[in-house]
Design a protein around this ligand. Structure first.
Ligand SMILES: Nc1ncnc2c1ncn2[C@@H]1O[C@H](COP(=O)(O)OP(=O)(O)O)[C@@H](O)[C@H]1O
Ligand SMILES: [Mg+2]
Length: 367
């Protein structure tokens, strides 16, 4: 990043009395270089300057996409803080022109790194998150529609505007179609068990329509400030989708996805494999917090976990059949060998979850 970008961003912010020595780099994700601005009287701020290169590719400036992304974050932060203040930055703004794009938001502190969390701290943090997501999912979103969120020139809306019951049946049909396509491949797995499990699960799921909520598709630990007193969420990737499906996604991420992806360029520096026990404790805590005293939710989350595993297996299979992998896929999923190995992991997980004994899969406690 050019140092000019930082100077220009500070000029544009028009905050008085900011000297360069009050500014320090605190982080970097795939998309932004991140700086803390220390201030005397008012709260510290975070400046996120957008990178021109991401995933090894020059990023083309697309105004609508940037508005969509940053307006969605703003809405997510606002709704999240209505549910549990101050879980997200209370201040958020952004600036964009072709040569410089940045956001500015409240500084949420510096959390612990995963490896320094004890088991009980990880469970506590997971519980806090579970309780928060439960409330967040229950709240009716201000944005209409379903699916990916887009900026229509005036406001945000979901890409689909159909009836919920129709979308729900389509969602269930989709899992059956990927189940069908996986069973007609030459992959080795216990087809009978897996097919039975998923057919039964979907039959039951159809009858229990979930609620459309504002969900977060990027709940990885880099976007969570692991603070014991007040855990915070930053850099959300919001979408309008079903509540329990995304509660299951959190558990799936922490129990399966993060360790399984730890060998990719995208995640290699995060040691998710070495920290898999701690990640798993966060997921256990999340389940406790989300489920509360509604024990029926345990089975719902387990079912959603199974469906995410099915989806992941299918996605891996599809990608293996493509002739060339684009740079983003290579960075995020690895080369074909890594994808093949991960597909095997998905299939083993799916088989395990399809056994009758799978009800105790998550070291189930007596909720
Ligand atoms: N509001 C904030 N408060 C404290 N730390 C932050 C804040 N925003 C970002 N960070 C730090 O910077 C890192 C990268 O920021 P992030 O916004 O996730 O970048 P990217 O959009 O590239 O993923 C985070 O993992 C976190 O450590
Ligand atoms: Mg991030």
């Amino acid at each position: 990043m050019k140092n000019d970008d930082l100077k220009n961003a500070i000029d544009k912010l028009k905050i008085e009395n900011i000297k360069m020595e009050h500014i320090s780099k605190i982080g970097e994700g795939a998309w932004h270089n991140v700086f803390r601005i220390e201030r005397n009287i008012e709260e510290d701020l975070v400046l996120r300057i957008r990178k021109k290169n991401a995933y090894g590719q020059l990023q083309v400036y697309k105004e609508i996409d940037l508005i969509t992304e940053y307006e969605s974050s703003k809405v997510y932060y606002h709704q999240a803080n209505q549910c549990s203040y101050p879980i997200c930055p209370s201040f958020f703004d952004y600036f964009q022109e072709e040569s410089l794009v940045f956001t500015v938001e409240s500084f949420m502190g510096k959390g612990k790194t995963l490896q320094y969390l004890s088991d009980s701290e990880a469970i506590t943090i997971g519980e806090e998150l579970g309780k928060f997501f439960k409330i967040m999912h229950r709240k009716d979103p201000d944005i209409q529609g379903f699916g990916n969120i887009i900026w229509n020139g005036k406001k945000l809306e979901g890409k689909m505007q159909e009836e919920v019951s129709y979308i729900w049946q389509k969602d269930n049909d989709f899992y059956l179609s990927i189940l069908n396509s996986l069973t007609t491949t030459d992959l080795t797995f216990n087809r009978e068990k897996v097919v039975n499990k998923i057919l039964n699960l979907i039959k039951n799921r159809r009858e229990n329509q979930q609620k459309i909520s504002l969900v977060n598709q990027d709940v990885t630990p880099e976007n969570i400030i692991l603070n014991l007193d007040n855990v915070s969420l930053i850099d959300p990737f919001p979408k309008l989708d079903f509540d329990l499906k995304y509660a299951g996604y959190f558990v799936f991420c922490y129990k399966f996805l993060l360790p399984a992806y730890s060998n990719t360029d995208r995640y290699i520096n995060h040691d998710y494999n070495q920290n898999s026990k701690i990640l798993s404790r966060i997921a256990d805590g999340f389940m406790n917090g989300y489920i509360g005293d509604n024990v029926d939710l345990y089975k719902c989350l387990l079912d959603e976990y199974i469906l995410w595993t099915l989806l992941e297996a299918h996605e891996h299979y599809e990608i293996l059949n493509e002739s060339d992998l684009d740079p983003k896929t290579l960075q995020q999923m690895g080369d074909k060998e890594m994808i093949k190995n991960r597909l095997t992991l998905c299939l083993i997980e799916l088989e395990k979850l399809s056994l009758d004994s799978s009800f105790n899969f998550f070291n189930r406690r007596d909720f």
